[in-house]
Design a protein around this ligand. Structure first.
Ligand code: B12
Length: 212
């Protein structure tokens, strides 16, 4: 298993989108669990991609090629993830907050939630506060997940929480926040219910908040 997972990670890191689906098929044929391909392959390598970028070891074109490769692999993996994993456990509304266009990490969080059996309503990027409020009102999710990667957009998370309070909806939903600059301290400061540093821990945190 380690060998094929490493091949998948190498293909993502070097942006070989044309090879990734064959590698994912090979892993599935070798009975590697879809959730392990996601966690130990895609999520692990994208975290490495983020780190290399911060150290100026790779640059935006390489990061985008890696993201495209990951997405191509995930397209193939998704039906297996949803099928293989547990029963429906709740509904999540998720989005990158106003002003923020990063979505690679958010999309991974979506995948992990879907893999864990949650229904996911992804509002996309640069989502205005009112759209989060509308969706909490109409979709009645148990979890609202907010993502921010760009420091100037972090306070938009607080704006969403304030807007929900003003609309009388704050106690209807558990709010979790995340993204590279977000910390537990920040989450506490803005009145979120939880924080998680990565996509798998996001699901664990959501389950903890829902009492299961
Ligand atoms: C790819 C990228 C882009 C791409 C985005 C493509 C896309 N579709 O997402 C493009 C090129 C468009 C882009 C644009 C910009 N970017 Co940019 N970008 C990045 C980069 C290289 C990687 C981000 C990434 O995808 N990481 C990999 C994923 C897997 O990690 P992640 O997002 O952190 O997600 C994980 C966790 O944080 C967590 N998580 C994420 N969301 C959530 C949500 C919840 C609820 C939870 C619980 C957890 C969680 O789980 C994920 C998986 O484990 C980072 C550098 C870096 N090292 O992070 C810069 C970076 C984030 N960008 C930066 C900047 C400045 C910009 C720009 C302003 C650049 C410019 N001058 O135009 C613009 C516009 C930003 C905007 N308005 O949003 C800065 C931000 C600096 C800061 N302190 O704010 C960074 C840190 C680069 C740098 N070192 O300067 N960027």
């Amino acid at each position: 298993m380690v060998d094929i997972i490493n091949k998948i990670k190498d293909a993502v890191m070097s942006g070989q989108a044309d090879q990734i689906q064959a590698l994912v098929k090979e892993a599935l044929a070798a009975d590697v669990k879809a959730s392990d391909i996601l966690k130990e392959g895609f999520i692990a390598v994208m975290d490495e991609v983020g780190e290399k970028m911060s150290k100026d070891e790779i640059f935006i074109p390489e990061v985008l090629a890696a993201a495209k490769t990951m997405q191509t692999g995930l397209d193939l993996l998704k039906p297996y993830l949803v099928e293989s994993e547990s029963e429906y456990t709740g509904k999540v509304v998720i989005g990158s907050v106003k002003g923020d266009v990063h979505d690679i990490g958010k999309n991974m969080v979506c995948m992990m939630f879907e893999g864990a059996g949650f229904e996911v309503i992804d509002l996309g990027v640069n989502v205005p506060d009112e759209e989060f409020v509308e969706n909490v009102k109409n979709q009645q999710p148990q979890i609202l997940a907010l993502s921010s990667l760009y420091t100037p957009t972090m306070l938009a998370m607080k704006d969403v929480i304030d807007a929900l309070t003003d609309a009388g909806l704050r106690d209807k939903v558990k709010i979790i926040v995340g993204g590279a600059p977000v910390t537990q301290l920040f989450a506490d400061d803005i009145g979120a219910d939880g924080y998680a540093p990565d996509a798998s821990k996001a699901v664990l945190k959501a389950k903890e908040l829902l009492g299961n």
